[in-house]
Design a protein around this ligand. Structure first.
Ligand code: FAD
Length: 309
């Protein structure tokens, strides 16, 4: 059995594995896709001390650093069930391929995925004008025109944030009213370079083959179609944590995030969690790495308190 089994191989999982392995304990990582969301990212300019890097490069560096240690990396393995420890004190993680792994402690770092609009052009122009993270990609659109899709709290927060950087922001909301908190709506309405379009059903991301040039939408009330010229589209219609497989075993928030305390402890003894799959307030690479390190140190602390000497 492992001492620490990490489920997920993104920034949080890689950091957890390195911190655990450096304690000289038996460490394993099972990941569906080692590298995680970082693999889908192009420019990264907020990984402190590294002015500029690219997703695939950072993902390769994560794996290389983990491989410096004696860590059993099980890539392309999807966990489907977690069974809390019984009398033997071992937590079990069942995999899609039928195998089952046992460990004295487990760190869940399965990350999250952005909900997509699912319209033509969205995938084609991903990272070429279609973006999901204003903290990451906002500065790339300095002085340009952007759309924010979604008028909930994250959409309106993104619009307020972007309005300070870009020349103009148009918020597209499907519903007949914004769903964000009043205080955010008031702030949004006070900004001179923001327009809100309600009842808007986005139908297509328009581009010139290289980059985004606009957005097409249908007015759900009048039924007529419109095209707006712009350079960027921030999709803010939800971040879905990869925690469906934990439902009923580990306490999840209303949004499906794993509830953790400041040490990364979940509701199940010996099970810790870190990164975008948890209730941590901001979802970023550097935050996920810090959280992964915290979870590994907490798991080690758990082991020295519960394992026989
Ligand atoms: P993830 O990176 O999501 O990794 C999750 C891991 O768990 C993966 O290995 C996955 O395959 C695995 N997994 C999932 N389910 C299972 C399962 N059931 N069984 C086994 N394994 C599983 N952040 C920044 O700080 N700067 C940026 O510039 C930036 N740009 C971004 C651009 C894009 C397009 C996207 C999508 C995100 C960006 N982010 C950026 C956010 C950043 O990528 C995430 O915050 C970070 O990757 C979260 O790390 P994580 O380890 O928690 O999860």
């Amino acid at each position: 059995a492992f001492d620490v089994l990490v489920v997920g191989g993104g920034p949080a999982g890689a950091a957890a594995a390195i911190y655990a392995a450096r304690k000289g304990i038996r460490t394993g990582v099972a990941a569906e896709r080692f590298g995680g969301q970082v693999l889908d990212t192009l420019a990264i300019e907020n990984f402190i001390s590294v002015q500029h890097t690219e997703g695939p490069k950072l993902a390769a560096a994560l794996e290389q650093h983990v491989r410096e240690y004696e860590v059993d990396i099980m890539n392309l393995q999807r966990a489907t069930r977690l069974v809390p420890a019984g009398a033997d004190g071992l937590v079990e993680v069942q995999l899609e391929n039928g195998a089952s792994l046992k460990s004295k402690s487990v760190i869940l770092s399965t990350g999250a995925r952005w909900r997509q609009m699912n319209v033509p052009g969205e995938n084609e122009y991903r990272n070429k004008g279609v973006a999901y993270c204003p903290h990451c990609d906002g500065p790339l659109f300095k002085g340009k025109r952007v759309a924010v899709i979604g008028g909930g709290n994250s959409g309106v927060e993104a619009a307020i944030d972007l309005a300070g950087i870009v020349s103009h922001v148009t918020v597209f909301e499907f519903d007949s009213k914004l769903r964000a908190d009043q205080v955010l709506q008031a702030k949004l309405n006070s900004l001179p370079n923001v327009t809100v379009v309600l009842n808007a059903q986005t139908t297509e991301v328009l581009g010139d083959g290289q980059k985004v040039t606009g957005l097409a939408y249908t007015d759900r009330v009048g039924g007529d179609s419109h095209r707006v010229e712009l350079e960027g589209i921030f999709v803010q219609i939800g971040l879905l944590p990869n925690t469906e497989w934990l439902r009923g075993t580990v306490e999840l928030s209303g949004r499906g995030e794993i509830v953790i305390d400041e040490r990364g402890q979940t509701s199940v003894p010996g099970v810790f969690a870190a990164g975008d799959c948890t209730t941590v307030p901001y979802k970023q690479i550097i935050i996920a790495m810090g959280a992964g390190s915290t979870a590994a140190l907490s798991a080690f602390d758990h082991l020295i308190r519960t394992s026989a000497p």
